[in-house]
Design a protein around this ligand. Structure first.
Ligand code: SAM
Length: 310
């Protein structure tokens, strides 16, 4: 079977005719073949994953999380230099990790087996083109908080060469990647060391800006309120988050139950959408559960909202 353009549109909550050209072009040149699996195979996978979740030391203490990120992005920074600033060298290790079975993925409530262990990476490239074009086209400035290895930045620059792109992260190695990227490519980039647990209110978001997170909120556990309060006090025009949404898992289904268990064990972000909704000045434009993900979770869900709308 093949993941078609129609499937893609359906998963992300769009209409085929509204898909940006960049995304359709990529879909047409990407092989997204997969196989459905028998009930027995599905059960075996579920059992393996449940055991893995129980066995692994995945609980994290956010206070110490920064060291892991510094090391991870330092690795990518060195690779970036060694590869003469080739953008592909910025793929985070965990995205390409060959020790984890990358051919088993979640699609519409079941596990599937893909032909290519880069299936998810390829989907994600298409998805990012769609996501950025769809929600970030209107603003002059784009701020990615938790920009990591900065591998979203080249796509943003390619799609929006006229905009200023800001990369922010609490890891210095991430900011160093941006520094060298800017030196090498002369793109319109700005950078800032920024801790979302302790937002710097002196750092101003420019008028007509978009705030973007891609798995950045995920990392804040239940300590996301300071950051959201900072956004609400800013001039941001729109906020766009691609994050796993714990409240959207249906734990009466096997896959929903497993993903929620994984999410909790990793201490990933709590119900931040509920927190945004509580503030009556905010307007939520869209919350989309995307029924596609890695073997553990649905990471491609998204939320789009406007702070201080009312
Ligand atoms: C899962 S990675 C996502 C990176 C990138 N957005 C991407 O799409 O690949 C999460 C990022 O959030 C950053 N992060 C975690 N906690 C943070 C905090 N309190 N303040 C700022 N950045 C943080 C990490 O350093 C890491 O770069």
């Amino acid at each position: 079977m093949n993941l078609t353009i129609k499937d893609f549109a359906n998963l992300v909550g769009d209409e085929i005719l509204s898909l940006p050209k960049e995304c359709v072009d990529l879909m047409e040149h990407t092989n997204l073949e997969y196989e459905r699996m028998s009930k027995e195979e599905q059960e075996n996978i579920l059992l393996t994953i449940l055991k893995e979740i129980d066995r692994k030391e995945w609980e994290r203490n956010n206070l110490f999380g920064i060291e892991k990120w510094e090391k991870g992005w330092e690795y990518n920074l060195n690779l970036f230099r060694e590869c003469n600033y080739k953008i592909d060298s910025l793929y985070p290790k965990y995205v390409l990790n060959c020790n984890v079975d990358k051919i088993i993925l979640r699609l519409r409530g079941e596990y599937i087996k893909t032909k290519d262990n880069l299936f998810e990476v390829k989907w994600y490239t298409i998805y990012r083109h769609w996501f950025f074009k769809k929600f970030l086209s209107e603003q002059d400035h784009i701020y990615e908080f938790g920009c990591g290895s900065c591998y979203n930045i080249p796509i943003l620059v390619k799609l929006f060469p006229e905009k200023i792109i800001y990369g922010l992260d609490w890891a210095e190695s991430s900011i160093n990647i941006l520094k060298e990227m800017q030196n090498r490519y002369k793109w319109k980039l700005e950078k800032k060391l920024f801790d979302m647990f302790n937002p710097d209110y002196n750092y101003e978001i420019k008028p007509n800006s978009a705030i973007l997170t891609m798995g950045g909120l995920e990392q804040l556990g239940n300590n996301f309120e300071s950051f959201l309060n900072y956004i609400c006090a800013s001039e941001a025009r729109i906020c766009v988050h691609m994050e796993p949404l714990v409240e959207e898992y249906d734990d009466t289904t096997f896959l929903g139950y497993v993903a929620k268990k994984f999410h909790k064990k990793r201490n990933y972000v709590g119900n931040f959408v509920g927190y945004i909704e509580k503030n009556k000045k905010n307007k939520i434009l869209k919350v989309q559960k995307v029924h596609f993900g890695s073997r553990y979770q649905d990471s491609y869900c998204y939320v789009v909202w406007i702070p201080n709308y009312y």
